[in-house]
Design a protein around this ligand. Structure first.
Ligand SMILES: Cc1ncc(COP(=O)(O)O)c(C=O)c1O
Length: 399
């Protein structure tokens, strides 16, 4: 049924990482296994599968060929022993937290997180006795000082959403291990993708993704992934996914993600090339106060990004020399660039984090996290960079 290609290059693995073959029919593209359940030959077989004594599918909440294919592919691309696919990025984040933590446990997390992840840690988890201390994860002393005897997890994103702070992954892992080797280090690798950044090779324990973004890449699927060792993935599947979150990815969504994954490397190359050109242009504009992009030499995270990322990614944030109202008017007036949250699609998208993706942050927390009221975030798409710049230029003139 399957053929694994763990040792081949990234491009080969993103296409062939886990081929599903159907003997007797042999379609090139994996068919969509749109079924809730799987037929057993007899009771003995059903019992053997439930007991884990025989491989094979049982029921699509527990496993489905399309879903398994993309989970294994993402794991292979991340260099992980095992992977799990879920119905959303938040499904992946919550499955990791609810499978690996228990009442009384403590998390140290970066201040700048995807808004719903922040709200989950800040507002929801304390109801179950799991508390979080938020710190600036680029300040490693702050991370270490926040660790308590009950700390079980250090959680962060890099580059961060939406202000593109770059955390030194290897250094953070080293410092956390020195303090307490039992603490799990978890990273959200959505902004970078495994093509640009390989956190597990830098010592991280668990990678989570919103597969909705670059992994699928076409703006038509919501999905999430976890990549880690087999023990952690088994726990996330058998406890978190199966019984707590039930955050199951559909077969059709998995089929689309598999299709998107086949071009991940070439899409990321073009996204990043476009982003570099646009960030450099934005930096020369007198009406732009500050550009946040890890590819700019002037940006704080430049050196660390160069060390740990193949390319600096394709999310740019910037602040205008203008009032919040004028910045809003600028965003509303754009023609090619589309006003929408999400990122990683072929289309260039623009949004206002303080009132949209990060609306769950209080005014004080936004300030503490360094997310200003006038910050604008662009997810640079795959159009011609000059056309994106022309749209920005035309409407910047009117600010
Ligand atoms: C960095 C990051 N992590 C997680 C998520 C949540 O993903 P999803 O929307 O697929 O649940 C997002 C969504 O924007 C994100 O940007």
């Amino acid at each position: 049924m399957t053929k694994e290609t763990k040792k081949q290059g990234f491009a080969t693995r993103q296409i062939h990482g886990y081929d599903v073959r159907v003997p007797g029919i042999n379609p090139l593209a994996t068919p969509i296994f749109q079924t809730s359940t799987f037929v057993f030959d007899d009771c003995a077989q059903g019992a053997a599968r439930f007991a884990g004594k025989e491989d094979g599918f049982i029921y699509s909440r527990i496993g489905n060929p399309n879903v398994e294919q993309v989970a294994k592919k993402v794991a292979i691309l991340e260099g992980a022993e095992a992977g799990l696919a879920l119905s959303s990025g938040m499904g992946a984040v919550s499955t990791v937290l609810l499978s690996l933590l228990e009442q009384g446990d403590h998390i140290v997390a970066d201040l700048a997180l995807y808004g719903a992840t922040f709200t989950l840690m800040q507002d929801a988890l304390p109801r179950y006795g799991i508390n979080t201390t938020f710190v600036d994860a680029t300040d490693l002393d702050m991370v270490i000082d926040a660790i308590k005897p009950e700390t079980r997890m250090v959680y962060f994103e890099t580059p961060t959403n939406p202000n593109l702070k770059v955390v030194d992954i290897a250094e953070l892992v080293k410092r956390v291990r020195e303090k307490d080797p039992l603490i799990l280090v978890v990273i959200d690798n959505t902004f970078a993708t495994p093509y640009l950044q390989q956190p597990l090779s830098l010592g991280v324990d668990v990678v989570v993704h919103s597969g909705t973004k670059y992994l699928n890449g076409h703006g038509d699927v919501i999905s999430g992934f976890i990549a880690s060792n087999k023990t952690i993935i088994d726990r996330c599947r058998d406890i978190g996914l199966k019984m707590v979150t039930g955050s199951v990815l559909g077969a059709f969504e998995a089929f689309l993600i598999n299709r998107g994954l086949k071009t991940l490397d070439i899409r990321m190359e073009k996204h990043c090339k476009n982003a570099m050109k646009i960030a450099e242009w934005l930096e020369t504009q007198p009406k732009v106060r500050k550009v946040y992009y890890p590819g700019l030499k002037s940006f704080e995270g430049y050196e660390v990004a160069k060390k740990q990322m193949k390319l600096p990614g394709a999310i740019i944030s910037f602040e205008l020399e203008a009032s919040k109202e004028a910045a809003e008017q600028f965003v509303n007036s754009l023609e090619l660039i589309t006003l929408a949250v999400s990122l990683g699609d072929a289309e260039t998208l623009i949004e206002h984090p303080a009132s949209m993706t990060h609306a769950g942050y209080s005014k004080e927390m936004l300030e503490e996290a360094g997310i200003s009221e006038t910050l604008i975030r662009i997810s640079v798409g795959l159009e011609d960079a000059d056309d994106i710049i022309a749209d920005l230029e035309k409407h910047l003139a009117a600010v």
